[in-house]
Write a protein that binds this ligand. Sequence first.
Ligand code: GYE
Length: 321
Amino acid sequence: MKLAIRMVAGGLMATAFAFAAGTGHAEDKQITLGFAQVGAESAWRTANTVSVKQAAKDAGINLKFSDAQQKQENQIKAIRSYIAQKVDVIAFSPVVESGWEPVLQEAKRAKIPVILTDRNIDVKDTSLYVTMIGSDFLEEGRRGGKWLEERYKNDAGPINIVELQGTVGSAPANDRHAGLIEVIKNDPKFKIIASQSGDFTLAGGKQVMEAFAKTYGNKINVVYAHNDDMALGAIQAMEEAGMKPGKDIAVVSFDATKGGFEAMIAGKMNVDVECSPLLGPQLMSAVKDVVAGKELPKRIVTTETVFPMSVAAQVLPTRKY
Ligand code: GYE
């Protein structure tokens, strides 16, 4: 995967060289990129939007930006309007995995290349997009599961997990769930006793956790939250219910935002699996390469790690989102 990223970086250098040398015409015309964002549901998303806007500016790309408020129909409308405006490239972070064929076929007929960022889609015809730039959510889920296995290796169980899922039908919700299952399925002491969507928001996470706390009380051993915002909401709900997150109940989360780090430093979150929103520079390199007619790898995977509570104080000053 490092190779893939280097290939994109190399492509950018080649474009920059051609521009500096004054060869060709394509480089002289400013590129217009239409970007259809998911929404503004989380700290991750806000950092992603800042990254995309800043990188477009730095790359001299004319960015048309839209916020779909977590609704697929709004994203489809935005993509259709970019097609009508004849932008050079369309990029989007698909809110859910399914249902994209019709609008992507329209883009293809209009000969506008499409780049996926952050979230993947489920289509048979992969020629409908050029490349997908983002994290491996399945691997993230496995990392969360492996942390749990290690944490409870000397505990006979049962270990009761409540799961706060992300947006229903979204790639990170599907894959962070599947990755966990893959790791714990052969160990019967782990049980997911409840699973519900909090839509990746703090308010959603808090509300779902309030209900879980009422129904399951001190049976709960682990909260597995698909992102930091929901984990932070769940922490509030647990504290209001007199529970001790991070101590009596282990909290596993995803993204590794500053908010997640602060919760770890306060001893209320046990581990945060990293997922980087800083995809802007890679996206702009890919956009330039596509316009220059270069081949791109079909999948560009972001490099990420896992942060346990014990390293949080030391690492926080280096975090960029
Ligand atoms: O984890 C969550 C956001 O798609 C990876 O979306 C992204 C997820 C991220 O709302 O915080």
